[in-house]
Design a protein around this ligand. Structure first.
Ligand SMILES: *Cc1c(COP(=O)(O)O)cnc(C)c1O
Length: 231
């Protein structure tokens, strides 16, 4: 049952917060509903969920249009520049900005719509070459470049840790992302905030919370396995 899964994830987040001396309100649970139908989303909404993550623009906008407007949407997947225009004004955060060109496109569309778009910089801390994201070494200069854009607001960092059976093995990556955010914060760059750390998925969100995550992105743990064949 999706609702039971959701309650179990909630319980484990609460416990991870207690263990690490954090407030439950400091960690946002993003229910990752990619590939899942509206009926599944409604089921978790019944449990109080109001924050959803999608990794495709079209899927996000379809669900955005079909559901009540009090929900919060996060784009967590790779974003193509030609699709930016479809999501401006619909997202609480875009988690996956890893280039100046993409940020400039978000700036352009946000300016036209007269909004400021909150973004996170996606950092590839593990160095896996299959991943998007900027390298830790290049992050500061990218943050500085993007900070000059008036309609884009950097609110923190995001990372996708490697898939693993052993969540402890990802602790070093979460720690590294937090340390990078601390370093950037110390530089006091105008228009840059390092409040948010989006890290941790079904396999490792408790470790991520212990290492300072302010947003965890949980899909399978709530909605069950995804069937990509259906789409
Ligand atoms: C799919 C996805 C998730 C959720 O993954 P699960 O392992 O199912 O919890 C989190 N973050 C991103 C960027 C994703 O694409």
């Amino acid at each position: 049952m999706i609702s039971d899964n959701y309650k179990e994830v909630e319980r484990r987040i609460k416990r991870a917060c207690e263990v690490s001396g954090r407030n439950r309100t400091d960690v946002k649970l993003i229910s990752v509903s990619k590939t899942k139908p509206i009926s599944d989303i409604k089921e978790v909404m019944e449990c109080g969920a109001a924050v959803f993550g999608e990794n495709k623009v079209q899927e996000l906008t379809e669900k955005y249009d079909a559901l009540p407007k009090n929900l919060e949407w996060h784009l967590i997947g790779h974003l193509q520049r030609n699709k930016v225009k479809y999501i401006i004004g619909k997202t609480a955060f875009i988690h996956s900005v890893d280039s100046l060109r993409l940020a400039e496109q978000i700036e352009e569309e946000s300016r036209k719509a007269d909004v400021v778009t909150n973004i996170l910089i996606e950092v590839n801390v593990s160095g896996e070459d299959t991943k998007f994201g900027v390298s830790p070494e290049e992050t500061v200069s990218l943050v500085k470049e993007i900070s000059s854009l008036q309609h884009v607001h950097i609110c923190g960092l995001m990372t996708i840790a490697p898939y693993t059976e052993d969540p402890e093995s990802n602790r070093i990556y979460f720690k590294k992302l937090r340390e990078l955010a601390v370093d950037i914060r110390a530089k006091n760059i105008d228009n840059v905030n390092m409040r948010e750390l989006s890290m941790g998925m079904t396999g490792d969100y408790e470790v991520a919370i212990e290492e300072g995550a302010t947003m965890v992105r949980v899909g399978t743990g709530i909605f069950g396995a995804r069937d990509y064949q259906q789409r």
